[in-house]
Design a protein around this ligand. Structure first.
Ligand SMILES: *Cc1c(COP(=O)(O)O)cnc(C)c1O
Length: 559
């Protein structure tokens, strides 16, 4: 291992920092889209042989395991996992000062290896050392858990502890990529190391912002910051770069990075309006093609488009696959999902029936309830040609509206029990996401614009020939061609209508297109439907993948 670190340290000169990384299903150190994107970034980085090293948190108790009680209420259980089964602890110990104490931080390494021979070391920071106080040992336990003070301590460990750990291990880092603002404090450490040379630090930092939802940008009261950091000179620096009233981690990153980007073209515009005066670029997100293509289709792509996984542009040649083969593999993916759904929720489903899938973090702006907003119309659509629905999603433990929505969804499932087969899969995670985005016919996404910065689950769906039906927000604005790559819900982004009218149009589109366009095509014009599936693969997935995304980061930000 020492040899490996020494060798890696010579070459890995781009450090990717992320509070969460979704590496694999058995390592629950992610909460949702941000972590999955980080995982896909690193998988593509390894495939493309990029000189990356990643830094994240060990999150020993994970995010949480989701249970649902018989009233439809979400119950959160710790998602404890055993790091030593998959990771190796390293002997180096970094130190971070907080609340006037020294906290020791060690790291665990995971070697993310690609079949191409590329490899990205991932460092998981851990404060659970005997030398630390019982309280400090728990800093790296809960992803997005605890109060403001706990979060700030985590961000000190990630940002400052992370940079120090890389130095201890001998890495010579040229660029630091901050995946969201949680790691912004690393810039403070770089300022210290660079004798306060602000321009030199900015030259090293790349900042990717992921959401226009204001509440999702971390902010800390200076009373807490002063008590945790103590060093008044440093707090002064934070006030200078991170805002005078509260320490805003997004602002800190914006002020200390030379390259800043949003995760889609629309998100870039929204970001420029939110943060006037900053130059923001757009690098539209992508998903890791191999990871998010189901096994049955991988085999088919291998046969007809060899090399597609490391060169997803090859997917444009999907037209060479006979329709019947695509359809048969799709039916297998549906069956795999339905077998799982039967075990998980007891609901029995039929692969021949038109099936809608929708899964995401359950929170107000994602509007998980839109499909249930007019039950009578949903019933009508179902009577005219049978329908099935598969859903999944976690609500953050403190998001009461989100938890309420889950309970309401369960109410609808119960009421519609004898008419429409609806399954809600517990514990939306890498595994269930893979089953869902490959095992339905139509992928439904109904966020409230303009809050979906990108969204990625629809890209996973497209890789599996699952057709998108979504509000025109985030990535779908770039991927959508009406009736060719999928369908839209609601107005176009630049349409000049009131938000009330937009809400009405969304509801009309949702039910009317399902009833008059989408379902009739599925049941009565199967050839046209398979053509839409082909377009999802050849005109959407070929572009919305993380290989394309990483090539853009390399040429625009890393070089
Ligand atoms: C892909 C994925 C997400 C993010 O999906 P969005 O469409 O961006 O909301 C969240 N959670 C899991 C488990 C995923 O696989």
């Amino acid at each position: 291992m020492a040899d490996f670190i020494e060798e890696a340290a010579k070459h890995k000169n781009i450090a990717y920092f992320s509070m969460e990384i979704g590496l694999m299903n058995d390592v629950p150190t992610y909460a949702g889209g941000l972590g999955i994107l980080a995982g896909d970034t690193l998988r593509s980085g390894a495939d493309l042989n990029l000189p990356l090293v990643a830094v994240t948190m060990i999150s020993k108790k994970g995010y949480f395991q989701q249970e649902i009680d018989d009233q439809g209420r979400q119950i959160e259980l710790p998602d404890q996992w055993e790091a030593s089964r998959l990771l190796k602890p390293l002997p180096q110990v970094a130190e971070v000062a907080l609340e006037g104490r020294v906290v020791k931080v060690r790291s665990w390494i995971y070697r993310l290896r690609s079949l191409t021979g590329g490899e990205v070391p991932v460092l998981f920071l851990d404060t659970d050392l005997e030398e630390n106080s019982p309280e400090d040992r728990r800093i790296t336990d809960h992803l997005y858990g605890g109060d403001e003070r706990y979060r700030l301590k985590q961000e000190l460990v990630l940002g400052i502890g992370g940079v120090r750990m890389l130095h201890l291990l001998g890495f010579k880092i040229r660029k630091y990529h901050l995946n969201e603002g949680h790691s912004s404090l690393l810039a403070l450490e770089l300022l210290r190391r660079r004798d306060m040379d602000i321009e030199a630090v900015k030259e090293m930092c790349i900042f990717t912002t992921h959401t226009p939802v204001e509440a999702a940008h971390d902010k800390f009261a200076y009373s807490v910051v002063e008590d945790v950091i103590r060093d008044l000179q440093e707090v002064e620096l934070l006030r200078r770069f991170g805002g005078t009233d509260r320490l805003n981690m997004t602002l800190l990153a914006l002020n200390l990075s030379n390259y800043i980007n949003g995760v889609g073209k629309r998100h870039r515009e929204v970001g420029m309006a939110m943060f006037p005066g900053y130059k923001i670029h757009a690098v539209t997100n992508g998903v890791h093609s191999y990871t998010w293509t189901c096994p049955c289709l991988r085999a088919l792509y291998d046969k007809y488009m060899p090399g597609w996984a490391n060169e997803p542009e090859m997917l444009t040649r999907v037209g060479g696959i006979p329709d019947e083969e695509i359809w048969q593999q799709h039916l297998k993916a549906k069956k795999t999902l339905f077998d799982y759904a039967k075990r998980d929720s007891g609901v029995e489903m039929d692969p021949e029936i038109f099936t809608i899938g929708s899964a995401r973090r359950v929170t107000a702006y994602k509007r998980p309830m839109l499909i249930f907003s007019d039950i009578e119309r949903l019933r009508k659509i179902n009577r005219q040609g049978i329908l099935q629905i598969v859903l999944a999603g976690k609500a953050h433990p403190n998001d009461h509206a989100g938890k309420q929505a889950i309970a309401e969804i369960f109410g609808h499932i119960e009421n519609l029990e004898d008419e429409i087969g609806i399954a809600f899969l517990k514990n939306y995670n890498i595994k269930t996401a893979g089953l869902l985005t490959s095992g339905v016919d139509l992928w439904l996404n109904t966020p409230l614009p303009p809050y979906e910065a990108s969204g990625t689950s629809g890209m996973k769906a497209a890789h599996n020939g699952v057709v998108n039906f979504s509000v025109l927000d985030g990535w779908w604005i770039e991927g959508w061609i009406e009736g060719v790559t999928g369908w839209s819900i609601g107005p176009e982004p630049d349409e000049d209508i009131s938000s009330d009218e937009a809400r009405v149009q969304e509801q009309e589109d949702l039910y009317n297109k399902l009833r008059y366009i989408i379902k009739p095509m599925f049941y009565q014009r199967r050839d046209d439907w398979i053509n839409m599936m082909n377009n999802s693969i050849g005109m959407v997935a070929y572009y919305f993948n993380s290989h394309r995304m990483m090539r853009r980061y390399v040429t625009e930000a890393y070089l």
